[in-house]
Design a protein around this ligand. Structure first.
Ligand code: HAM
Length: 423
């Protein structure tokens, strides 16, 4: 690697900088507001955990077994960088034992050693929620409604909601055995890779996109035909709840999400705007056995994660704009050092009133400051000029029309706020 390459971000990871980061700020704030309205509190968990938190017995999926960033610290501890949010949140629940129901949201980076491509990165950010301690289909509906509403809030239209049930611990082993038998009987000629995948986990074969395997996948027994009475009733109730809220969904019996911890309801929102390979913009489901796997009490749980990078990509493809408004006012210093602290205090006073205000620094010429004002995106510039200062007034210029008026210092805030409301 050349020296120049060393000082570039590593493969598969990105900086998010202004003005792009303004969209991120808007997306995160929108999510935070929606989570607050649904009664979820913010959970911040460490970026790394003991490996066992992610690599539990029974979790053999690619994300955990192949893609995890593992490290040994100077004290010899085996640690993993968080590949996803659910395991960390459940670990925190098991450790602190908050009173259920425990409803939390998060915004956090996750790390997966993936083949980097558009929409698939080695560090990605997720917004997510987890609701622990309630085994009620109403919670499943609430979780899905929160995500659907959030997509609506940010202008992400045209998503498809796929819904499936993974059944419960009582019926799943029987189904997996039936699936394995089907694949081994009818797919014997499909080659070594197929049979290896079947041996490792026949469920994961179900959502494979390999073309020659599709016939045997299509004729495979379906999970939803193998549900226990309890799981079937639960699944019906979730569907009825979604219909009552007018949330469209498609049943997707071959939807197998990428973690072994899922039980009962699973779902995924896909967006055609993302292209076929990375079409999932968000997904989640129930994980009713996960807390117990970590030594906690039996605790039902459900949640989702949605990738910020993919939301931004999908919005780009839809040409939907979630750019937050820029600044309202640009302050031009027309007096220089003779004005003392006037410009600084005026700028702070406007900000204290809730206006977004920027200014030029470092004694630049008035002409150069006007150029900055034009570039700033502000609608209005306020100039502290020598003449105006003697009258305790400022010059206010509409940067769109070029129209300029004099406004008294005492009336300035009201004038600007009124102007902002009209915009
Ligand atoms: P996941 O489906 O692996 O689920 O990830 C959730 C979302 O994160 C995906 O739909 C996608 O938007 C985004 N994402 C995942 N991997 C990448 C990547 N390499 N690059 C860019 N974006 C990515 C989970 O992580 C579960 N913890 C979700 C959950 C929460 N289930 C229950 N509770």
């Amino acid at each position: 690697m050349s020296r120049d390459d060393l000082f570039r971000a590593p493969k598969g990871v990105h900086d998010v900088l202004p003005p792009e980061s303004g969209r991120w700020a808007r997306i995160v704030a929108t999510f935070a507001e929606r989570a607050r309205r649904y009664g979820y509190g913010l959970a911040i968990t460490p970026m790394f955990e003991h490996l066992e938190v992610f690599q539990r017995v029974g979790e053999h999926t690619d994300v955990v077994s192949k893609e995890m960033y593992e490290l040994t610290d100077k004290g010899g501890r085996r640690l993993g960088l968080r590949p996803e949010g659910t395991a960390s949140v459940v670990r925190a629940y098991v450790q602190h034992r908050p009173t259920p129901p425990w409803k939390v949201w998060y915004v956090a980076p996750n790390f997966r050693y993936e083949r980097a491509q558009k929409g698939r990165y080695r560090q990605h950010w997720q917004l997510g929620i987890e609701a622990l301690g309630v085994d009620d289909p109403d919670v499943d509906v609430e979780v899905i409604a929160l995500l659907a509403g959030f997509y609506r809030d940010v202008g992400l239209t045209g998503t498809r909601l796929l819904l499936n049930s993974m059944g419960d611990a009582a019926t799943r082993p029987g189904y997996v055995a039936a699936l394995r038998t089907h694949f081994e009987t009818h797919g014997a000629a499909l080659g070594e890779e197929f049979l290896e995948r079947v041996a490792a986990n026949p469920l994961r074969v179900l959502d494979s996109k390999v073309e020659p395997w599709q016939d045997v996948i299509e004729s495979a027994p379906q999970l939803t035909d193998h549900l226990s009475d309890a799981a079937a009733t639960q699944f019906e109730a979730v569907q009825a709840g979604l219909r009552a809220l007018g949330i469209d969904f498609e049943l997707a019996p071959r939807l197998v999400r990428g973690f072994d911890y899922y039980t009962a309801t699973t779902f995924e929102f896909q967006s055609d705007a993302l292209g076929a390979a990375q079409s999932a913009v968000g997904g989640g489901g129930r994980y009713d056995g996960l807390a117990e796997e970590m030594g906690g009490p039996p605790t039902p749980g459900i949640g989702f994660g949605t990738g910020i990078e993919r939301i931004v990509l999908a919005l780009d493809a839809l040409a939907a704009d979630v750019t937050p408004p820029g600044i309202d006012v640009f302050v031009v210093d027309g007096v220089g050092p003779a004005g003392g602290t006037t410009v600084g205090t005026l700028t702070e006073a406007l900000r204290a009133e809730g206006l977004a205000v920027d200014r030029a620094y470092g004694g630049r010429s008035v002409k150069a400051q006007w150029r900055s004002a034009d570039r700033s995106g502000a609608r209005v510039a306020v100039m502290v000029g020598r003449d105006e200062l003697t009258r305790d007034a400022v010059a206010v210029k509409d940067l769109g029309s070029g129209e300029q008026v004099e406004v008294s210092r005492t009336g300035l805030v009201a004038w600007l706020l009124e102007r902002k409301e009209q915009a």
